[in-house]
Design a protein around this ligand. Structure first.
Ligand SMILES: *[C@@H]1O[C@H](CO)[C@@H](O)[C@H](O)[C@H]1NC(C)=O
Ligand SMILES: *[C@@H]1O[C@H](CO)[C@@H](O)[C@H](O)[C@H]1NC(C)=O
Length: 251
C-alpha cells in the first residue's frame, strides 16, 4: 500500500526538481526567464565595468601625482650615509663632462638631460688600482675607497672632506686621494637615477700607512665627512656621514 502511494509523489518531486533547472511551461532557467537573465548579466557587466573604471581612474590620478624623477617621500634620507665601492670604469668616464668647474655646484635644473662630471680613477693616484693593482693590500698598507651615498638634490655646504681616525694611542699615518680627502662640489647636486643616468659618486681613497708596530693587530678605523653641514655624529644612526671598519694586517 505504502509503495503505491509513494510513487506518484516521487515522480512529482523529480519533475519539480528538474523544473528548477529548466521549466518548459514558463521557459524559466534556474527560476529566471531569458530576459531576466539577460538583464541581470547586463547589470553585473555594467557594475564591474564601473568598478574597473573607478580603479583605473584612481590609479591614474595617483600616478599623476608621482614624479618620474624624484621619489615623493625622502624624509628618511636627508643626509647621506657612507659606504665602500668597487672600481670605476675609465672608458665610461671619458664620455662624461671633463670640464666641470672645480669647487662649484654643477646645477642644471633646467636641462632635460643632466650632464655628468667625470671621475677618473687616476685622481686616486696610489689607490687608483692602476699602478698598484693590489690597492696596497699586498704590502700591508691597504687602500679603502669611500663614497657618499646618493641623495637627490643634496647640496652640501662648505667644503666636504673625509677624515679618518684610528682608535689607538699613537696615530696611524694616512694618505688621502684626492688631496686632503676632498669631495668636490661639482658632483652635486645629483638628479636621480632616471635624469642622471651615468652619474658617478666622487670617491675618496684612504691609504692606511701602517707601520711595523701595527702588524698583527686589529685596528678600528672610523671615517667621517667633515667641513659641511652634513650630519656625521648622529647617536641613533652610526652610518650617517660616517663609516667604520676594522683592519688587521698579518705579517
Ligand atoms: C668599461 O666599459 C666599457 C664600455 O661599456 C666596456 O667595454 C669595458 O669592458 C669596461 N671595462 C671594465 C674594466 O669593466
Ligand atoms: C680628523 O679627526 C680627528 C679626530 O676627530 C681630529 O683630531 C682632526 O683634527 C681631524 N682632522 C681634520 C683635518 O679635520
Amino acid at each position: 500500500m505504502a509503495s503505491t502511494e509513494d510513487k506518484p509523489a516521487n515522480k512529482e518531486n523529480t519533475s519539480s526538481w528538474k523544473d528548477s533547472f529548466y521549466n518548459p511551461r514558463t521557459g524559466e532557467v534556474l527560476g529566471r526567464t531569458a530576459s531576466s537573465w539577460a538583464l541581470i548579466l547586463l547589470f553585473y557587466l555594467v557594475f564591474y565595468c564601473f568598478l574597473a573604471g573607478m580603479f583605473a581612474l584612481t590609479m591614474w590620478v595617483l600616478l599623476l601625482t608621482l614624479d618620474d624623477y624624484v621619489p615623493r617621500y625622502r624624509d628618511r634620507v636627508p643626509f647621506p650615509g657612507m659606504s665602500f665601492l668597487q672600481q670605476y670604469n675609465d672608458t665610461l668616464q671619458e664620455m662624461n663632462m671633463q670640464d666641470c668647474v672645480t669647487g662649484q655646484y654643477f646645477v642644471q635644473d633646467e636641462a632635460e638631460e643632466k650632464k655628468v662630471c667625470s671621475f677618473k680613477r687616476g685622481l686616486l693616484k696610489a689607490c687608483s688600482g692602476l699602478s698598484d693593482t693590489n690597492f696596497g693590500y699586498s704590502d700591508g698598507q691597504p687602500c679603502v675607497l669611500l663614497k657618499l651615498n646618493r641623495i637627490i638634490g643634496l647640496l652640501p655646504r662648505g667644503d666636504p672632506y673625509i677624515n679618518c681616525t684610528v682608535k689607538k694611542d699613537t696615530p696611524v699615518q694616512m694618505a688621502y686621494y684626492p688631496e686632503m680627502g676632498r669631495i668636490d662640489k661639482k658632483y652635486f647636486p645629483y638628479y636621480g637615477k632616471k635624469a642622471h643616468e651615468n652619474y658617478v659618486q666622487p670617491l675618496v681613497a684612504v691609504k692606511l700607512l701602517l707601520g711595523k708596530e701595527d702588524m698583527n693587530k686589529e685596528h678600528s678605523v672610523e671615517c667621517r665627512v667633515e667641513g659641511t653641514d652634513l650630519k656625521n655624529n648622529d647617536e641613533r644612526d652610526k652610518w650617517l656621514g660616517r663609516v667604520s671598519f676594522k683592519v688587521k694586517v698579518m705579517e
